[in-house]
Write a protein that binds this ligand. Sequence first.
Ligand code: ATP
Ligand code: MG
Length: 466
Amino acid sequence: MRSPHGRLRLSSDSTAPDRAGPQPRVIPREQHNLSRKQISRGALRVLYGLKDAGFRACLVGGAVRDLLLGRQPKDFDVATDATPEEVRKLFRNCRLIGRRFRLAHVVFGPEIVEVATFRGTGDGDGNGDRHVVDGRILRDNVWGTIEEDALRRDFRVNALYYDIADFSVIDYVGGIGDLEDRKLRLIGDPATRYREDPVRMLRAARLAAKLGFEIDPAAAAPFEQLGHLLADAPPARLFDECQKMFMAGYGLASFRMLERYDLLRHLFPGTARALAKDASGALHALVERGLAGTDARVVEGRPVTPAFLFAVLLWGEVEALAKEFQEQGVARTLAWQRAAHRVMAEQGKRVAIPRRFGYAIEEIWALQPRFAERARKRVFRLLAHPRFRAAYDFLLLRAGESEAVRELGEWWTQAQSVPPDQLSASLASRTPAATAGEAVCKPKRRRRRRGGKGSKPASPQSDSQA
Ligand code: ATP
Ligand code: MG
């Protein structure tokens, strides 16, 4: 738990040098605030199971960092000197995963405890099962000591160990000092560490956003030179990283970090281009509102889908392209289809968006121009569309684009708030060819106040992600 002064509550006599070196700083049980009660049942069973079998077992990484900061960890990772095969022999509910980085997953109902064997700092190719090409680590399965394991983690705050043998916290690299300074510092030479694994640049932005930490200038300096290496990172891994960045309750903060450090263009090149042309700021506002809406849903424990989020992030590009095609004479529906396909294909080279989300994204976009059509048959067809809700929420996000779009959003909010027969009657008096740009046809009924009985909420993403 943090003290009111923002310092970590550690006893004053735990003041061994907090720099990297052979002597770790060991904080005994009575001098830190990490207690077993805060550790998940599954992680405790794994830690004790390993210890009772004679192995070294520590909680490590984000869980130790978060608990020392007084935050609830997302998951619990365990590091041990048992090999994956030895872990499997100990726990029936265990499966081995990964090739690049072999791990054991021990499963307790919905909880998965990740168990990693201490990694060594092997000197590159030819050393055991470690494979390095052009400085990039493609496989890392060389076992080592706990000290070596600490040194190959990314940030110093991520390299703290909670030892189940005596409940002490062990710091080989100065992570405790960084937690106190609220700084993200890389272990070792930043450029080398990013070349080994460029995704660490995104992890820096994400963790700074999540924790509200500063990225140490030395850790941020290589972004400009090395950001382009992200283009070669596996797209599936970048999708996972996007989910962590944007779907865990701190998406807006992550986005701002990516912008601040000019990393966005390496992950979403088209989005960065569209934002650079966004003179009015409308696109920027749409993206920020979309991310803030998703964050709010996560905080409220409501479901979220990556489809809505990617639809938001890629909107500026797809809209501009659809417009361009239409100006070249391509019919509207086809123009949107072509634009969507092209944007998704280009983005897919960076971030592997699973196909099922791809369909949903394209539908959310394809429905946007259809909101402008208010002939009765079309209105009811759109209301009954399975993707109506998400598309409507998306329309509300676009309110800042123009007065016409804002009015369109209001019209559809009202259209949902009146009974179908009344809506039908109000639309019957209109010409069947009613189309875009037309004044809002108010269904003939006194407008209900938002949140009133029977009215649908008009907040962004009300139900779209369910
Ligand atoms: P979160 O709270 O989001 O889970 P985390 O730091 O726990 O953050 P994980 O992806 O769960 O992130 O990784 C667990 C730990 O594994 C990290 O704390 C770090 O010690 C180590 N780690 C993860 N990714 C890397 C990487 N790319 N390079 C080096 N070490 C890494
Ligand atoms: Mg974690």
